[in-house]
Design a protein around this ligand. Structure first.
Ligand SMILES: [Zn+2]
Ligand SMILES: [Zn+2]
Length: 346
């Protein structure tokens, strides 16, 4: 079973995925491209190469785990966390350890092996975003799971081991440090000003729109003021909303339009770069034993968003050593280039 091990120096948890048990040879650089997969487990017809599906949108009359699907949700074949068992929190001398309980799922976004998300038909992407919402809601029914992260790795340098378009979901019994830091600064801002930090950022950015890449009635994409990486983009709702799962279908459809557009702009502008995106939304609202007020102000002070990071530079020694980032492309310049991309005529 995988384990969560706590690092008492950096105060963060690390998942030690014992089952994966990779040996030195597994890490030796083979080539720069994702190896051609003759039998892609995510391609239609290869359903028997994946664990049984959790959910799928299918053509009428087709059976689970057989061809005829449009989007499939499956458990990860090599999960970072396991879905059964207790946490078994334990102290080992100075260290803390607990069982790697959680969930690790994969959304196979399409039957088309090399379809970029920025090129997907809008209605298809809308269906995918509805699955994002539904899977978060479903996983949060399990009170042990504190946080559900939806994320995408596109391209090998962004961590994708398979080329076929897919999104991953990892649900953890701990609120991740990065999220906790965001929740804490949002709460502090709210306590001081009685305003949402992200709403304040949006108001200011929309006033002088040099970093606004896209704006629609309900959504904004901006190049953040202190972008860590070249062409980093954040996608946020314009109206205050702490929880992605509260979005109604018409809002989700508009969200899908904006997500598609920003991914398309990045693809054309940077020549289909590897990228990651991560959805940051409210943690599980179930009260925690012994901490009934934990994150109880979330509804007012947190604001969900998606962070999109094109992987055009590498995180190196300075970044690892300090937590600083050196970004060679100012966000104002990145924004200018992204806005110059011409969208395809619909
Ligand atoms: Zn495939
Ligand atoms: Zn807000």
């Amino acid at each position: 079973m995988p384990e969560f091990r706590h690092d008492p120096v950096q105060k963060r948890w690390v998942i030690i995925a014992i089952e994966r048990g990779k040996r030195p040879d597994d890490f030796k650089e083979k080539n720069n491209d994702i190896p051609h997969v003759e039998f892609c487990p995510f391609c239609e017809g290869n359903e028997d190469k994946t664990p049984n599906e959790i959910f799928a949108i299918r053509e009428k009359g087709t059976k689970a785990n057989e061809p005829g699907w449009k989007i499939r949700v499956i458990p990860n074949k090599f999960p970072a966390l396991t879905s059964s068992g207790d946490l078994n929190r334990e102290g080992l001398g100075i260290y803390d350890v607990m069982n790697g309980v959680g969930a690790h799922e994969v959304i196979v976004e399409t039957t088309q092996h090399d379809l970029h998300m920025g090129d997907m038909p809008l209605d298809h992407l809308f269906q995918i975003t509805k699955i994002y919402r539904d899977r978060i809601l479903s996983l949060m029914e399990n009170e042990i799971l504190r946080y559900v992260l939806i994320f995408k790795n596109h391209g090998k340098t962004a961590g994708a081991s398979l080329e076929h378009p897919h999104t991953q979901i990892i649900a953890t019994p701990i609120t991740p440090l990065t999220i906790a830091q965001e929740l804490t600064s949002s709460r502090e801002h709210y306590l001081a000003k009685e305003r949402c930090l992200f709403c304040d950022i949006l108001t200011q950015e929309l006033h002088v729109p040099e970093r606004i890449v896209i704006q629609t009635p309900r959504f904004v994409v901006l190049a953040p003021y202190a972008s860590r990486f070249p062409f980093e983009c954040w996608l946020l709702p314009r109206f205050h909303s702490h929880d992605f799962t509260r979005m109604e279908d018409d809002e989700l459809r508009e969200f899908a339009t904006v997500l598609k557009e920003v991914l398309y702009r990045l693809k054309v502008c940077l020549g289909d770069p590897p990228y990651n995106f991560m959805l940051h939304t409210a943690p599980n609202p179930h009260p925690r034993p012994g901490k009934p007020d934990y994150w109880s102000t979330l509804e007012y002070d947190y604001h969900w968003h998606i962070e999109i990071i094109p992987r055009v530079t590498r995180v190196a020694g300075f970044e690892w050593g300090t937590g600083f980032y050196i970004n060679p492309t100012p966000p104002e310049i990145a924004c200018k280039y992204l806005k110059q991309v011409e969208l395809p005529q619909v």
